[in-house]
Design a protein around this ligand. Structure first.
Ligand SMILES: Cc1cc2nc3c(=O)[nH]c(=O)nc-3n(C[C@H](O)[C@H](O)[C@H](O)COP(=O)(O)OP(=O)(O)OC[C@H]3O[C@@H](n4cnc5c(N)ncnc54)[C@H](O)[C@@H]3O)c2cc1C
Length: 474
């Protein structure tokens, strides 16, 4: 009898009889992809090209019953499982090396109830899928800045975007989740059903099961917003950062502004002479009335002599994919993040100092303004916490896989992070953690909410079946 080697729950390989695996595969309505199959390379491709993992088998479920069959199978045979949404997680958590990957990306589908302002969202949807469907009704929920990102991973880790100042973390608009837990049960979790599980799902990651449906509350947004990018030479950084602080101090919640300092990409909207030179940009989204936006953005548009001003009236859906090209799939990426409580002169000085030796042209440090609605909830309203965050600071590096610059880039990110960590709330975003970050970083993400997460984990996944994530141990 032949056997297939599959990585077990404890990390060591286990032999599963080929007949057993075949019988499991025959039971599924969906697709089973083996390493020799044509679709395998596509099924294991991730946004971060740095991650190389080869699952023994990839399952593409046709629906929730296949998810239950897969969870039952890996539990009974004590096999390592990973769950793939859109494969955007920087640490490559979507894949397992040698285990079984449940690829949920085919389970798309968005049903919008415009009257009740709610959307039911399949676990394979990208942010773009949801934004396009909800915007047909002039509605939106808070999703992130790059449209190819998966809704499932983003939501389970907390989620933020241009609408966070108005409506809070993505999980503040999460109403319900359907989930297959480690015992193979299909449960619904909401504020009135399996409340403890729902609390944990609002930021606690993929630790509690396989989410098979999300229900979000929607708000009237757009469909047109005033938004885009405005850039100045980095020699103007002090003035632009002062302007930024002044603007965000009095900005209505409809206005979200993001600072990015880096070298200019060879983008057509920037003058050719500026390509490759140091710049500082504001990425802006104003989702209030067009008149209000004009007034609120006037100080930004009249500041100094911008290299380019692309702050325009555009569709919200277009704004939600404006940054897509800056994050091309397959490059090597390395990030660090911290939440910040505010902006100070010392922080700006430290921020600017990191650009003395940038190492790679696409390296950048981003400050996202998130203060507003999220701060009005108590710290323990959902596992995400981090309710004192006013800014998310992300230090990002990107390089082609064949470049020898990887180590230098990682060192640059780590060194900038060490310097900027001094201004942190003490919290960081679990969804931005890289593969080499220690467990303490996960504890730091949740801080006061961590022990409650451990208790929910012990109740719903005592054998830690769902460990292919920033793992909360039971
Ligand atoms: C370019 C880029 C931009 C980003 N911008 C933002 C942003 O603006 N705001 C923001 O909040 N985040 C942002 N992120 C971070 C993003 O939220 C995380 O990378 C998230 O993990 C991506 O989700 P995914 O489904 O694509 O990931 P995957 O890599 O597929 O999965 C990520 C994790 O979620 C788990 N998971 C996925 N689907 C399920 C499921 N159905 N059930 C249970 N667990 C599941 C996986 O097991 C894994 O642990 C960005 C990431 C990238 C790469």
């Amino acid at each position: 009898m032949t056997a297939v080697r599959i990585t077990g729950l404890a990390g060591a390989p286990r032999d599963v009889a080929a007949e057993t695996l075949d019988a499991f595969a025959r039971d599924l309505d969906g697709e089973v992809i083996h390493p020799d199959d044509d679709g395998y390379a596509d099924a294991i491709s991730l946004w971060n090209g740095m991650i190389k993992k080869r699952p023994a088998v990839v399952i593409r479920p046709a629906g929730t019953p296949d998810v239950v069959r897969t969870v039952d199978f890996v539990r009974e045979h004590e096999l390592e499982l990973s769950i793939k949404g859109a494969g955007h997680n920087i640490a490559g958590l979507a894949l397992t090396d040698g285990g079984i990957t449940l690829d949920m990306s085919g389970l798309k589908g968005v049903v919008v109830d415009a009257e009740r302002q709610m959307a039911r969202v399949g676990p394979g949807c990208t942010l773009g899928d949801v934004d396009r469907a909800t915007q047909e009704h002039g509605l939106a929920t808070t999703l992130g800045f790059v449209s190819a990102t998966g809704v499932a991973g983003l939501t389970l880790g907390g989620g933020f975007g241009y609408l966070t100042r108005r409506f809070g973390w993505t999980v503040d608009d999460l109403e319900e989740v359907e989930i297959v837990t480690a015992d193979g049960a299909v449960r619904r979790a909401s504020r009135t059903e399996n409340e403890d599980l729902f609390w944990a799902l609002r930021g606690g990651g993929g630790n509690f099961g396989v989410a098979t449906e999300f229900v979000f509350r929607l708000h009237e947004v757009g469909p047109q917003v005033t938004s885009g990018v405005i850039a100045w030479p980095a020699s103007e950084a002090d003035g632009v950062l002062d302007l930024y602080r002044t603007v965000v101090e009095s900005a209505p919640r409809e206005l979200t502004a993001v600072v990015v300092r880096r070298n200019a990409p060879p983008a057509p909207w920037l003058p050719e002479a500026a390509h490759g030179t140091p710049i500082i940009m504001l990425v802006v989204c104003h989702s209030g009335t067009l008149e209000q936006a004009q007034a609120d953005l006037a100080p930004i548009k009249s500041h100094g002599e911008p290299l380019a001003d692309m702050l325009l009236v555009r569709d919200y859906v277009a704004q939600q994919s404006l940054l897509d090209a800056t994050q091309p799939k397959g490059m090597h990426f390395y990030w660090k993040s911290e939440f910040l409580p505010g902006l100070s002169d010392e922080l700006f000085e430290t921020y600017n100092a990191q650009f003395a030796d940038l190492k790679a042209p696409a390296n950048q440090i981003v400050l996202f303004h998130v203060a507003g609605a999220l701060n009005e909830h108590p710290e323990d309203d959902g596992a995400m916490g981090n309710r004192e965050a006013a800014f998310a600071c992300v230090i990002q590096s990107m390089w082609p896989g064949d470049s020898p610059a990887g180590d230098a880039n990682r060192d640059w990110v780590r060194s900038a992070w060490q310097a900027l960590k001094a201004y942190s709330t003490g919290g960081n975003y679990v969804n931005f953690q890289t593969a080499d970050e220690a467990d303490e970083r996960t504890v730091e993400s949740y801080r006061g909410n961590y022990s409650r997460l451990e208790a929910v984990k012990a109740k719903y996944d005592p054998s830690n079946l769902f460990r292919g994530n920033r793992n909360i141990r039971p």
